[in-house]
Every structure is written in structure tokens, then in C-alpha cells.
Write a protein that binds this ligand. Structure first.
Ligand code: ZN
Ligand code: ZN
Length: 444
């Protein structure tokens, strides 16, 4: 099957062999030349008579101004609020501003910006129960069409259920004018899918997690498109930037289809989360989400490459877990992450993944399925090939490039497995008793 955004939009709500009926939730997706001109038509289609427009200082210049001019021309009244900050944080302040400036007469929300503005408007539109139209200003991440918002609440990174935008508008000229670093970020966020698809299959194999081969195929198709157009997209080619944006929308739809984040994120996203958590707590360096996920994919792929070369050693694994101090590990998390560690510690108290008996059972399963795990991981690109690809499009290949130290990156690799109750390679390395030696061997 040749999956494309057109196919997905035309076949929404299809019955799948996995037993689920897959819904995308996105009602209209307009990506291409002059896409913005169709905003008035979308407002009319969804019964919006007085839109509330949210943007920030930069995205006002990129597209917000054009949106207001278009609405004036069409005699559509509106309320606009410009967040007077460069790169506002996705926190209580921006959500509060959105709520407080969205007055009574606003019956439809128009988000004009990148991920933060989109995520904020998803929350606002969900709370007000109104239609949400997203005018994208950069193809920088894959959250366009997902039904959740990646936020910072009380200084902690959280993923909040919100809503999928009803309409996504991606105007070729606006998207192509986005800073190249943001375009590369979108590519990095897609490259992460190599790992997420592999880890999803491994989790299904070892833990019986829900898995849908069709959704995995859709993600692979969108990833292929993004890789093919990457170079031209970075150079600002309109067609390539539109294809990249379609790929990002497809990835978000795939998450909606599965109802879980598995198709779109794995170990590499958790490494990125650790970097974000430390940045929030201690002010350490961080970069765009997709840039971090891209370079963390390179670390994760290296780990898989090394893992495929080992001969599993059951005695070593059991001895390692026998000598493991859970309290010692909790102290380590607290020292490295500050109060962000508490949610991870509470997660472990509930999940008990480090329990010796649970480990022994899991280890047996891994050993029983070792050949199958190796076959699944064979789907990954080589780390050398991936590095070459990143260099060819000017994407960062190391966290050191944005100021992190080797030790900070090594620690992020060690702690990533504790972020969520998801089986990722960090956990398998721990299960084999080789996590630290792998962390030492990786090229950061
Ligand atoms: Zn399915
Ligand atoms: Zn992502």
C-alpha cells in the first residue's frame, strides 16, 4: 500500500486488521502553495464567525500579519493576542494568556506558529469546546495533528490530553521561509521514528503490548518521504518543505490511530526529555525538540549496533541485578534531575521494573526471542549512514554542538529508560547488565 496524507484523509475511520478502527481526528489538511488563502473558507465551513488568533512576536511576522490582513479583506472580525516573548515556553503563563485574551465572542481558535502555539491552542480549544485551526509557520516537529500537548507544568515536562486540531494549514511560502534550524528539527523528529518503530515491535514481542503493522507501515512511509526530501527542504524548496510537513502530519495521525505514542517516540525521545528536564531545573543547554531527538537517535542506533554484536550472558545479567541498589539509583536520579526525579521514582514504585523476579522472567523472554529481536533491530539504519545523512543536511550530530558535556549526554543515556513505563533499549541493556559499559562505549 502506498500510504500518503491524501490516502489517510480520504480513508479516515478505516477498519484495520489489528482489530481497531483507526481515526485520525483531523478534518481538513491543506498543505501547498497559497494554502493560507483558504483560511476564510475553513472558518465558514466550521461556523467560525469571530476567530481568536494566537501568535508570538516572531510568528506574527511570519504569518499572523498575513492572517489579519486576509480576514480584514474578507470582512471577518477577530480578536488577536500576540505573546510578547521570543520562543515562549509551553507553560501556565502562555495557557493563562490564551484563556484570558480569548473573549466571549470568539467561537473558533486560530493558532499561528510552531509547536508551542499549536499545543497551547489545542488546550484552549479543548477547554472551550470550539474548532481549532492550526496555521503552521515551521515544519519543526510532528505534533501538528496529535491529540496531546507537550507542556511544562509546575516546572515538569508533561504530555496533556488536549485535542487534535480540526484543520491544519501549511502554506508553502510561509513554511519554506522558516529558519533552517527549525526545518532540520522537523527532520530530526522524523528520523527518531527509525527507533520508535523498532522499539514498538520489541515491546509487543516481549511484553505483549498492542502493536499495529499498518500504523507502523504508515510511519515508515512518512519517514521515507521526509528522508527523500530532506536536503531540498533545508534549501527552502517549496515542494520538499510541503512533503516534509505532510510527513510530520502523517506521523501525528499515526499516533492518533494507535492511541499511544509508541509509533512516534522511543529511547531517543526520552534522552531528549532528560535534556529538557535538566534545562528546566538547572538551566543547562538545550536545543529544539527535533534537533535533540535527531542527535539522540544517533546515540540509540549506536547502542543497537553494539547490542547486535553481543552474545547474551545470563549469569552476568543476574549477577548485575543482584548487585543493583534501587535506593542508590533513586539518589542518583535526584542528584541529576532535582525535583523532576520524583515523578520517575513514583513511576518505578508503581511499575517495579527493577524487581529481581520480574527481571529474571523478562530475561528468559529476551533470551527466547533473541533471534527475533535481532531481526527487528536489523531494520535500523547504520550509525555511520545516519551520521553522514545528518552532515549532508547540516543537522547537528552531537549534543556537544549545543553545549552539553560528554558526561551530561552519558547521564541522559543512562536515565532515559526511567522517563516512562515503556520498554526501550536502555532497559534491555540494564536487563543484560551492560548499561554502564555501553554508555561508556558510545560516541557522544
Ligand atoms: Zn491497525
Ligand atoms: Zn517528537
Amino acid at each position: 500500500m502506498n500510504y500518503s496524507i491524501g490516502w489517510l484523509m480520504a480513508n479516515d475511520g478505516f477498519e484495520c486488521a489489528c482489530g481497531k478502527r483507526h481515526y485520525g481526528l483531523l478534518k481538513d489538511c491543506i498543505i501547498g502553495e497559497n494554502a493560507l488563502l483558504r483560511l476564510p473558507e475553513m472558518l465558514r465551513k466550521y461556523g467560525g464567525t469571530h476567530p481568536f488568533i494566537l501568535c508570538d512576536t516572531l510568528t506574527y511576522e511570519a504569518a499572523g500579519k498575513a492572517v489579519t490582513e486576509l480576514l480584514k479583506k474578507e470582512n471577518i472580525s477577530y480578536t488577536i493576542h500576540i505573546i510578547e516573548r521570543i520562543h515562549p515556553a509551553p507553560d501556565e503563563k502562555i495557557v493563562g494568556e490564551a484563556v484570558m485574551y480569548c473573549d466571549e465572542k470568539c467561537d473558533i481558535v486560530v493558532a499561528v506558529g510552531g509547536g508551542v502555539i499549536n499545543d497551547t491552542c489545542k488546550i484552549l480549544a479543548a477547554a472551550k469546546k470550539v474548532t481549532d485551526i492550526y496555521v503552521a509557520t515551521a515544519p519543526s516537529m510532528d505534533g501538528f495533528a496529535s491529540a496531546s500537548s507537550s507542556m511544562e507544568r509546575g516546572g515538569l515536562k508533561v504530555s496533556l490530553n488536549s485535542k487534535c486540531p480540526d484543520v491544519v494549514i501549511g502554506d508553502a511560502e510561509i513554511l519554506a521561509a522558516a529558519p533552517t534550524h527549525m526545518i532540520r528539527s522537523g527532520i530530526g523528529d522524523m528520523i527518531a521514528k527509525y527507533v520508535s518503530i523498532v522499539e514498538w515491535q520489541i515491546a509487543a514481542l516481549l511484553l505483549g503490548e498492542y502493536y499495529c503493522p499498518t500504523v507502523a507501515e504508515i510511519v515508515r512511509a512518512s519517514l521515507d518521504v521526509c528522508v527523500k526530501v530532506a536536503k531540498d527542504a533545508v534549501n527552502g524548496d517549496h515542494d520538499a518543505v510541503c512533503k516534509l510537513t505532510e510527513g510530520l502530519v502523517m506521523s501525528g495521525l499515526a499516533m492518533n490511530y494507535a492511541g499511544i505514542s509508541r509509533p512516534a517516540s522511543g529511547m531517543e525521545h526520552y534522552i531528549s526529555h532528560i535534556i529538557d528536564m535538566r534545562a528546566l531545573e538547572f538551566g543547562t543547554p538545550a536545543d529544539l525538540h527535533g534537533i535533540q531527538c535527531g542527535m539522540a537517535t544517533l546515540l540509540t542506533v549506536q547502542a543497537y549496533e553494539k547490542l547486535m554484536q553481543i552474545t547474551p550472558d545470563k549469569e552476568k545479567a543476574l549477577a548485575y541485578v543482584n548487585g543493583f541498589s534501587l535506593d542508590g539509583w533513586f539518589e542518583h536520579l535526584r542528584a541529576q534531575l532535582g525535583h523532576g526525579a520524583e515523578a520517575m521514582i513514583a513511576g518505578e514504585r508503581k511499575e517495579k521494573k527493577y524487581d529481581a523476579e520480574k527481571h529474571a522472567a523478562r530475561l528468559e523472554k529476551i533470551l527466547d526471542h533473541w533471534d527475533e529481536i535481532r531481526r527487528i533491530a536489523g531494520e535500523l539504519p547504520s550509525s555511520a549512514g545516519l551520521r553522514e545523512f545528518f552532515v549532508s543536511i547540516g543537522h547537528l550530530t552531537s549534543g556537544k554542538d549545543f553545549g552539553l558535556t560528554e558526561n551530561e549526554l552519558r547521564e541522559a543515556f543512562l536515565m532515559a529508560k526511567d522517563i516512562r513505563d515503556k520498554y526501550v533499549i536502555g532497559r534491555m541493556l540494564w536487563d543484560f547488565g551492560i548499561l554502564e559499559e555501553f554508555a561508556d562505549a558510545i560516541e557522544y
